[in-house]
Ligand binder design. Structure first.
Ligand SMILES: [Zn+2]
Length: 415
């Protein structure tokens, strides 16, 4: 695995991660995202439905918490999660937790961490954690980590302990990794901890970078953990301690404005649980990320302008009586005002849902609790989110990052 940077603009790293997968045939553009799954399946979608989407990420993320309870089955199967779940040709990245779930804190010890599956808590030692990885057979995986120090006000002593434990887990994982036949070609990502204490973040980054890891996971930066300014400062400082040629994946960050600020701080990779969360509350991503086209190509037939149709005030109003987690990047299709709205979710979107169906139909599916509602929303929300990342890369390429930010962040004005 190798990260080839083609340019760095205002801290944003544009490039391509190459040599991914078993025979090194896959690559992934950065900044970019991994494909989110639960139990190795993109929620609501079969592999065939999923592959109606263009520009899917070449890396699929699975998490230990949803697979740990199936360890015996995977071990008996012997051929890894890619074949077990019938995934098309993809690179598999295995992380510890599902970022769309919040797991209870207070269960880590010096020797163990805990994950929560459908059957409850599963306590993992490094040996068991590595046995699970060997059964999953990922191409890359996050090493075991004590990630419980993200809450503000965690004592310095506790944070220091988390950094020490995480380094100790990494060293133990590396020893077992070397001995494992099944993980021969896999790469470990070291985890940078340190809560909101700058010195500990720096120490964690420096020490992790000394180990033979393929990349870095930045843990404890998710939305609930800290505000954007603190996150950006800490990530910038930690990134400066990490080698340029290895990728950095941040966990738990998915909102478009937060993604942009992390990219500016030097992050390459993100998870894509955000469009799933939007889907689960019956909403559709509708924010605009298309910057005004070049005068040269303006007027061509390709529909590229995703306009809000003056809907912002209504979106804001919805916020107060709809789901409290709803962001300004989405519209709530359960709302009655869409029952006779015969437009697609987003004008010009090329996803299956927007090409074939209208808001009124999706509204109908949602109020009658039809499963197809989730399928169609998930397709659109993934398409929209992937389109956002593609547009972000294009904006960096063409030196139009500021225009892009203005466009995306515009809908948050007057928050
Ligand atoms: Zn769409």
């Amino acid at each position: 695995m190798k990260l080839e940077l083609s340019r760095v603009v205002q801290g944003c790293r544009l490039g391509r991660l190459t040599g991914l997968g078993n025979s090194g045939q896959h690559s992934l553009e950065v900044p970019g995202c991994l494909l989110y799954t639960r139990c190795a399946t993109v929620p609501h979608l079969t592999q065939d439905t999923l592959h109606t989407l263009r520009d899917l990420p070449s890396v699929t993320q699975v998490s230990v918490d949803s697979l740990a309870e199936h360890l015996e089955v995977l071990e008996e199967f012997k051929e890894g999660v890619l074949k077990f779940a019938g995934l098309h040709d993809t690179v598999v990245f295995s992380s510890l937790h599902d970022s769309a779930n919040s797991s209870p804190a207070g269960h880590v010890t010096n020797k163990t961490v805990s994950v929560w599956g459908s059957g409850g808590r599963i306590e993992l030692t490094v040996a068991r954690f590595m046995a699970i990885q060997a059964a999953i057979q990922p191409d890359c995986y996050q090493s075991m980590a004590d990630g419980e120090t993200w809450q503000a006000g965690t004592s310095r002593k506790r944070v220091r302990k988390a950094v020490d434990r995480t380094l100790a887990h990494l060293d133990e994982c590396l020893v077992l990794h070397q001995k494992s036949q099944g993980l021969k070609r896999a790469e470990i990502f070291g985890v940078v901890e340190g809560g909101d204490i700058l010195e500990e973040r720096l120490r964690s980054a420096r020490e992790t970078a000394k180990r033979p890891v393929g990349g870095f996971v930045l843990d404890g930066f998710h939305s609930a953990a800290m505000d954007q300014d603190v996150r950006v400062q800490l990530i910038k400082a930690a990134s400066a301690e990490l080698p340029q040629e290895k990728p950095r994946l941040v966990l738990g960050v998915g909102r478009p404005d937060e993604v942009i600020s992390c990219v500016e701080a030097g992050v390459d990779l993100f998870e894509s649980f955000f469009p799933f969360q939007v889907t689960e509350r019956g909403c559709a991503l509708s924010f605009n990320f298309i910057i005004d086209p070049d005068p040269e190509t303006a007027g061509s037939s390709t529909p590229t302008v995703l306009e809000f149709n003056g809907e912002m005030p209504a979106v804001k109003k919805l916020n107060s009586n709809g789901d409290e987690n709803m962001t300004l990047y989405e519209m709530n299709l359960k709302d009655k005002r869409y029952q006779d709205d015969f437009r697609p979710l987003v004008e010009g979107c090329s996803c299956y849902c927007c090409k074939k169906h209208m808001r009124a139909y999706v509204h109908h599916l949602l109020v009658t609790n039809e499963l197809l509602g989730g399928v169609l929303l998930m397709l659109h929300n993934m398409a929209h989110y992937l389109g956002f990342f593609k547009a972000l890369r294009e904006a960096i390429t063409s030196d139009r990052l500021q225009d892009f930010k203005n466009r995306v962040l515009h809908c948050r004005e007057g928050d």
